[in-house]
Design a protein around this ligand. Structure first.
Ligand SMILES: Nc1ncnc2c1ncn2[C@@H]1O[C@H](COP(=O)(O)OP(=O)(O)OP(=O)(O)O)[C@@H](O)[C@H]1O
Length: 411
């Protein structure tokens, strides 16, 4: 926590903040918050980010945002909550800021969990952070392979139920009778083959979270039973008479258009409102292209066997992967990399090692040399290598690249 004046200067900091940001010979007191945590020399809102201080000043009330901070450990996601200090004349004279490092997502290559730092990813993460602490049902909406299960796990881990179980139910593979016995369990003798009592997943999830993946696939008859469970908070084992109390937080996901299904009668409206209390839209990979290099590093790190040389993508490969449309999102990226590794004998993943669906390869429609200015600028901004590598990836000489950069106002 820190206390600041309205000039963004840090007046006081607690031990945790100092431990994080103060280094010998570089104390934090008296310095601007944006210089310490962002390495900017202007306030965040002038550097293209949302500044909670400006909002809190304007509204004379608290404000909360998700930021990426530059810590000695590298960039990290931080949940920032700012409260104004208001004097007797109703003037804002300072702020108290509480910063909380988010552990369930990483802004640098990581061998586990969610990674990302693009605006689209940060937005979804910010929503997750807001809802996690409550017991509200969460609905994750996104194309296949966008990380719905990882997000669901992150909701659980960021919640008060983190120490409880996280139970995944894939609804798409379950028939009606199976759904009921899986979810609620059954008593001995409930049906042929029920030779002993079986505990259901709802019971297993006591104190934790249930993730219903592909909830749009639940048949209508089962939707009634699910609704009853959610509304009453109780259930009965199949063949049982005793009522049990349920204690779980519900996270659901689907890539189906639930609203349209409600309209045509294949999904119950009452259930829809129950489970859709807090929808979070997960961006497709093509909406967060700037995360692609980070994701590639993370996924290659994950696939690496100890003792083997580390794999990396050449600049040309990176260029191709950034341009591709990724209909299968991160799962497809993971598969493409896993296959490419088998061909990259020297650890370098080259364009010929990639198996991309050519119909969606943007470069097939758009020769790199002939890119228009807007696409060119966008491409340059996303590129993380050196200038030489950039020229190579575009098939330009360094001199031509230099002229093109200059003509677009990029130095
Ligand atoms: N932000 C992320 N950072 C790192 N890895 C990710 C991220 N999002 C997804 N992945 C990885 O991508 C793969 C697909 O993710 P996941 O299974 O969660 O997707 P999904 O949306 O649930 O897919 P489906 O709808 O097909 O079930 C997994 O291997 C997961 O680890």
């Amino acid at each position: 926590m820190i206390v600041m004046n309205t000039e963004y200067e840090i007046l006081a900091a607690n031990t945790a903040y100092k431990r994080q940001f103060a280094t010998a010979g570089k104390p934090v007191i008296g310095h601007k918050c944006y210089a310490i945590s962002h390495h900017y020399n202007v306030p965040c809102d002038q550097a293209g980010e949302h500044c909670p201080l400006q909002n809190a000043l304007l509204n004379k009330g608290p404000d909360r945002v998700l930021h990426i901070h530059h810590t000695p450990r590298g960039p990290e996601h931080v949940d920032v909550e700012l409260r104004p200090i208001i004097d007797a004349e109703h003037q804002v004279i300072g702020f108290v800021e509480r910063l909380q490092t988010i552990r369930h997502a990483s802004a640098q290559p990581s061998n586990q969990g969610l990674v990302g730092k693009s605006a689209a990813f940060n937005h979804a993460l910010g929503e997750l952070q807001r809802v996690a602490g409550s017991d509200l049902p969460v609905m994750l909406l996104g194309e296949s392979g966008t990380g719905k299960e990882l997000f669901a796990r992150a909701v659980h881990e960021a919640s008060k139920r983190a120490r409880g179980p996280f139970v995944v139910v894939d609804c798409s593979g379950l028939t009606e009778s199976l759904f009921e016995s899986e979810l609620f369990g059954y008593e001995k003798g409930a049906f042929t083959g029920a030779v002993a009592r079986k505990i259901g997943l709802v019971e297993t999830a006591t104190g934790g979270t249930i993730f219903l993946d592909e909830i749009g696939d639940i048949p209508l008859a089962m939707q009634v039973k699910l609704l009853r469970l959610i509304e009453s908070g109780t259930y009965r084992r199949v063949g049982g008479i005793e009522t049990h109390k349920a204690d779980f937080r519900l996270v659901s996901a689907t890539h189906k258009p639930l609203q349209a299904m409600v309209a045509d009668g294949t999904f119950r409206q009452d259930l829809y409102y129950r489970i859709n209390a807090f929808p979070i839209h997960l961006p497709a990979l093509r909406e967060r292209r700037e995360d692609i290099p980070l994701l590639i590093n993370s996924l290659l790190q994950r696939a690496n066997q100890p003792g083997n040389p580390a794999f990396h993508a050449t600049p040309e490969t990176l260029a191709k992967l950034i341009q591709y449309d990724w209909p299968g999102n991160i799962r497809e990226l993971r598969n493409v990399l896993e296959r490419a590794r088998l061909f990259a004998d020297d650890g370098k993943i080259k364009p010929e090692h990639l198996s991309l669906r050519t119909d969606t390869l943007a470069s097939a429609r758009l020769p790199l040399k002939k890119m228009n200015d807007a696409d060119f600028i966008n491409y340059v901004k996303l590129f993380t290598g050196t200038r030489k590598e950039l020229a190579q990836s575009l098939g330009l000489s360094e001199r031509t690249l230099y002229r093109r950069l200059k003509s677009c106002g990029l130095q």
